[in-house]
Write a protein that binds this ligand. Structure first.
Ligand SMILES: [Zn+2]
Length: 148
């Protein structure tokens, strides 16, 4: 294997597929890219990983185990990628950030100024979609940002 199977392209198809496979549990993982990459200009360089959902209530919330986060971040660094955010799914909800998501963002504060908060959710018709929330639009409750 020449490619590290831990990371896959950060595109809607990949994240939706994993979210459906994990349902009814929330799927989650990291968003990775070269350190200087800018979203969405450098979208093609973005990758994602999937982690275990370590939440005690994984059907309603997600939690990335810090040790798993660090292990994946270390592996990413060896191929020139840095953490640019994280993603998770709402198997029974929309791709807009929940109250808990906004509170988590608040707690992270300036430690994650440019991070993406990608959410796979379902629209009014039940179709799975990915929304990429950047900091400045997170508070506007998630206009869906389409991937290139
Ligand atoms: Zn959420």
């Amino acid at each position: 294997m020449s490619r590290d199977p831990t990371f896959f392209p950060f595109v809607e198809f990949e994240l939706v597929s994993r979210s459906i496979a994990a349902s009814p549990i929330e799927a989650c993982g990291l968003v990775l890219a070269p350190p200087c990459a800018v979203w969405p200009d450098d979208a093609s360089t973005y990758r994602a990983s999937q982690t275990r959902n370590a939440s005690p209530s994984p059907m309603r919330a997600f939690w990335i185990d810090p040790l798993e986060w660090i292990a994946q971040e270390d592996a990413a660094q060896t191929i020139g990628l840095a953490v640019h955010g994280f993603w998770h799914s709402h198997p029974r909800g929309s791709f807009r950030p929940s109250i808990a998501d906004l509170q988590m963002r608040e707690r992270l504060g300036d430690g994650a100024p440019d991070w993406l908060f990608a959410i796979v959710g379902r629209d009014d018709c039940g179709a799975w979609q990915l929304a990429v929330h950047e900091n400045e639009n997170l508070r506007r409750h998630g206009r869906r940002a389409l991937l290139g």
